[in-house]
Design a protein around this ligand. Structure first.
Ligand SMILES: [Fe+2]
Length: 344
């Protein structure tokens, strides 16, 4: 064992009790003996049991029909989410504004992320009101099974299939081994050919078939030619769904002003499109330790960090690139309009 591995071993062990998912980065999670004897299986089982317990508390904060929708499908879909006047004001602020942005390229798709720190929210009241909407936050907390503050930002997805390179997000996958939430408030309609979000209804449930599938993925991930397997975002082929008792993925075609909140332990992806597409949305993301019994106590909700954590994370990435040459995938592209063409 190398000396750096000896030093890192306690960290890898400690990470088992948290959100760590990458088998490539954490050799303990990739250990064949441990996984054969149920390490990954136990993490998945325990995380799901804890999520069930926490959700019993959190689900009281959302209406019964939303709860029923979530329990059945793994997502909550609300059309006409914001009042019309607020939605118009939000669109005017976002679509006519120029904001400091980051971009990341995955094959033929560029994802543009616009952080929304307090200074920007103060200047854009409809955006602030929408990102802080309590109904949205409660749905996100319930889907992720954790309380606290989701990370929020503006997102544009620009896909151009004429450019070479596959978009790995078009493969159906689970984000990680436990419940975690992503949410989208769409600013424009997303049609069948506009690269909609896809989701396999009911795939958020931990069945015995799913648990066996997770176990087998953990055992084969390090030798799988699909790079994302070893990162812990396990991919599933359409042909495997039936054996798990699951239906095919559904393309979630939406009208503008639809809020979609999903547990991304469920299988999901971005639909392939034959044409160039631009999707623009408000986005939330919530992933916290799945093994803790309580719902609150989120450091991201602390004064000084609240709504600033994304900007801080990006600055750390910039610093690592500058000081240590670790390439930052989120490239600073300066101030841009949210729907402008990709810069990278
Ligand atoms: Fe994902």
């Amino acid at each position: 064992m190398r000396s750096s591995s000896v030093l890192q071993s306690p960290i890898w062990l400690f990470q088992i009790a948290g959100t760590a998912k990458s088998l490539r980065k954490n050799p303990t999670l990739a250990n064949a003996w441990l996984n054969t004897h149920g390490l990954h299986r136990k993490r998945v089982q325990l995380a799901a049991a804890m999520a069930d317990r926490r959700r019993q508390v959190l689900a009281r904060s959302i209406p019964a029909e939303d709860r029923a929708q979530f329990d059945e499908n793994g997502f909550i879909w609300t059309e006409d989410f914001l009042p019309e006047s607020q939605f118009s004001a939000l669109k005017a602020e976002v679509l006519n504004g120029t904001f400091s942005a980051r971009e990341m390229r995955q094959g033929h798709t560029v994802t543009r992320m616009i952080p929304t720190p307090p200074k920007m929210l103060n200047a854009n009241p409809a955006l602030a009101q929408s990102l802080r909407d309590h109904r949205a936050l409660n749905q996100i907390r319930s889907a992720s099974s954790r309380g606290g503050r989701p990370t929020s930002f503006l997102q544009t997805v620009l896909a151009d299939p004429s450019i070479a390179g596959r978009d790995p997000q078009t493969d159906l996958h689970t984000d990680t081994f436990h419940s975690t939430a992503k949410a989208w408030l769409f600013l424009r309609d997303v049609g069948e050919d506009d690269g909609p979000v896809c989701y396999v209804p009911g795939s958020h449930k931990l069945t015995s078939e799913r648990l066996n599938w997770q176990h087998n993925c953990a055992l084969s991930a390090m030798n799988d030619p699909r790079a994302h397997q070893a990162s812990g975002s396990f991919r599933i082929r359409g042909s495997e769904l039936q054996a798990l008792g699951l239906p095919p993925a559904k393309r979630l075609v939406v009208k503008a002003n639809t809020l979609l909140v999903a547990d991304t332990f469920g299988f999901h992806g971005r639909a392939q499109s034959e044409k160039s597409t631009v999707r623009i949305e408000l986005r939330w993301h919530m992933r916290r330790n799945p093994f803790l019994p309580w719902t609150g106590l989120d450091v991201k909700a602390l004064p000084g960090l609240k709504e600033r954590e994304l900007a801080a994370f990006l600055k750390v990435g910039d610093m690592l690139e500058k000081r240590f040459g670790v390439r930052h995938i989120w490239r600073d592209v300066g101030a841009v309009r949210p729907e402008s063409p990709a810069n990278i």
